[in-house]
Design a protein around this ligand. Structure first.
Ligand code: C2E
Ligand code: CA
Ligand code: CA
Ligand code: CA
Length: 278
């Protein structure tokens, strides 16, 4: 038994060393990806449920890895956050999204809002608001065509600080949304203090609609909570006509999801907008 115990410890250390090594390699790869612009953005349309118009898109980052193909953000954003690389990666995302949105406008498309995801670590950087201002300045995009998606958990890490930063962003003129709403712990009293324009109902509450009565109750409650606070409510992850119908009947303002479109490249988005608007 003693022997087995020692072997087990050995295997364990090897594995740990392996994993540490692998992590270092991944980190190096991320650095290279940034330097060689292996990242790119896709854009997923958001539709107003009353007008049927596509009025905004969410920018979603992807990594075109030379060997592994397209890597999704769930696989590298956590490491980027851990290593601090999220700072420069986040800057790249913000600047690219602003520049792209300005390019769409210049090509004659009706203006839309581009919504960008923000990580806690990024948001907490001392000069974050200045970076947002710089991205707008350098792209020439008007602030009202940019929205930042903040998660509840990001805000709740330091509510006082977050509210202050949110007010500074509001002064710039950018819109703010709370992402993944319902999965965090923001109390109703704190929600009231956030200068946000909309709530985004997390996909986990949408995927089993309309059949799941718990989720139906939660979605309905979030919609009426949002409306009573004068906020717009968008549901993400809408995949079916039945989900759309349920949400529309429940008074939800906007939806995003495969039912409208998957996230697509900038060119494809331009074609889609042109089809529906030009
Ligand atoms: P999220 O902000 O909740 O984004 C929504 C995710 O749901 C996206 O996954 C999107 O592709 C996916 N999705 C959209 N519609 C549907 C649908 O109808 N069905 C299903 N099953 N999924 C749908 P994605 O692109 O893999 O992104 C995952 C997460 O990575 C995002 O979750 C966000 O938290 C993070 N992320 C993406 N881009 C960025 C970025 O530029 N910066 C940061 N900090 N995080 C990002
Ligand atoms: Ca999001
Ligand atoms: Ca989500
Ligand atoms: Ca349930």
């Amino acid at each position: 038994a003693k022997e087995i115990g020692r072997d087990a410890v050995q295997v364990f250390t090897f594995e740990l060393a392996d994993r540490a090594h692998e992590k270092l390699e991944r980190q190096e790869e991320l650095r290279r990806a940034l330097a060689q612009t292996e990242f790119f953005l896709q854009y997923q349309p958001q539709m107003n449920l009353v007008t049927g118009r596509i009025f905004a898109v969410e920018a979603l980052i992807r990594w075109r890895h030379p060997e592994r193909g397209i890597v999704s953000p769930g696989e590298f954003i956590p490491l980027a956050e851990e290593t601090g690389l999220i700072g420069p990666i986040g800057d790249w995302t913000l600047r690219t999204a602003c520049r792209q949105n300005k390019a769409w406008q210049l090509s004659g498309l009706p203006p839309i809002v581009v919504s960008v995801n923000v990580s806690a670590r990024q948001f907490q950087e001392r000069d974050w608001v200045e970076r947002v201002a710089a991205a707008l300045e350098e792209s020439g995009l008007e602030a009202r065509y940019l929205e930042l998606e903040l998660t509840e958990s990001l805000i709740m890490e330091d509510v006082q600080q977050a509210v202050e930063t949110m007010h500074r962003l509001e002064q710039l003129g950018v819109h703010l949304a709370i992402d993944d709403f319902g999965t965090g712990y923001s109390s109703l009293s704190s929600l009231k203090r956030f200068p946000v324009g909309r709530l985004k109902i997390d996909r986990s509450f949408v995927q089993d609609l309309p059949g799941d009565s718990d989720d139906a109750a939660i979605a309905t409650a979030v919609i009426s909570l949002g409306h009573s606070l004068q906020l717009r409510v968008i549901a993400e992850g809408v995949e079916t006509r039945e989900q759309l119908d349920f949400l529309r009947d429940a008074g939800c303002d906007e939806i995003q999801g495969y039912h409208i479109s998957r996230p697509i490249d900038a060119m494809a988005l331009q074609a889609l907008l042109c089809l529906s608007e030009c």
